[in-house]
Design a protein around this ligand. Structure first.
Ligand code: PGA
Length: 250
């Protein structure tokens, strides 16, 4: 059985007090969420400790949105995987399209981040997805395959077992345009087949999340697809009711 996951990527939103309030709201409604669904919140670095404290004793897990590609040292402004682990983070989002696009993250950088995250006991949520022009040119399979091969194919099966994959078509992120459930299922099945070509049966155990304008109204249809194991949620993760509404979609 694959783990069902609904993860919130808060991006650069909320002040610390707002983040704590948001997470208190989520925790107070956890009774409504089926017990086999894992909820994860990924606040900004500055909120990790306070949000982590607010989550203690609940079924909600803590993640970060990024980590450094170096273990420690003179890298002003960076936050290491070990630091995140020391704040009780369990997950870290790696390779989000905004990091690839605005901060020049390449597969080389991501290989280093992936290795450090895993060495420090963090579970990476590795994001893949094509841009609009790539989909329109019919290149989405090729792009997603390369993003998987260049990073995930370097892992051992033991490491791969720790990874969650998130398919996020760039054209659907924050745009209100969602991939149809058929479009999403098609590429999720392709991602699983690509993983199976390297890792065999392990691919059946890997959770593959959909991300991109996922909300309570479209989550049930998306999550009913065979290869969609949950969602990575941006905008709708900033309201406790919407986030819980999505988690209740199973
Ligand atoms: P969105 O963002 O739900 O606001 O489209 C998803 C993401 O970027 O993870």
């Amino acid at each position: 059985m694959r783990q069902k996951i609904v993860a919130g990527n808060w991006k650069m939103n909320t002040l610390v007090c707002e983040g704590v309030e948001l997470v208190n709201g989520i925790v107070s409604k956890m009774g409504e969420v089926p017990s086999d669904v894992r909820l994860i919140v990924c606040p900004p670095f500055t909120h990790i400790v306070s949000v982590g404290d607010a989550l203690k004793g609940s079924r909600v897990s803590l993640g970060a949105q990024n980590c450094a590609n170096q273990p420690k040292g003179a890298f002003t402004g960076e936050v290491s995987a070990a630091m995140l682990k020391s704040c009780c983070c369990e997950y870290v989002i790696l390779g989000h399209s905004e990091r690839r696009e605005y901060y020049g993250e390449t597969s080389e950088t991501l290989n280093a981040k992936m290795a450090l995250a895993l060495e420090n006991g963090l579970k990476p949520i590795y994001c893949v997805g094509e841009k609009l022009e790539e989909r329109e040119a019919g290149k989405h399979f090729e792009i997603v395959k390369a993003q998987i091969e260049e990073v995930l194919f370097n892992l051992t099966p033991e490491q791969m077992a720790q990874v969650v994959v998130a398919y996020e078509p760039v054209w659907a992120i924050g745009t209100g345009k969602t991939a149809t459930s058929a479009q999403a299922q098609e590429i999720h099945a392709f991602i699983r087949a690509t993983l199976a070509s390297k890792f065999g049966e392990l691919a059946e155990e890997i959770s593959i999340l959909y991300g991109g304008s996922c909300k309570p109204s479209n989550a049930p249809e998306l999550f009913s697809q065979k290869d969609i194991d949950g969602g990575l949620i941006g905008g709708a993760a900033l309201k406790a009711d919407d986030f819980i509404g999505i988690a209740k979609s199973y």
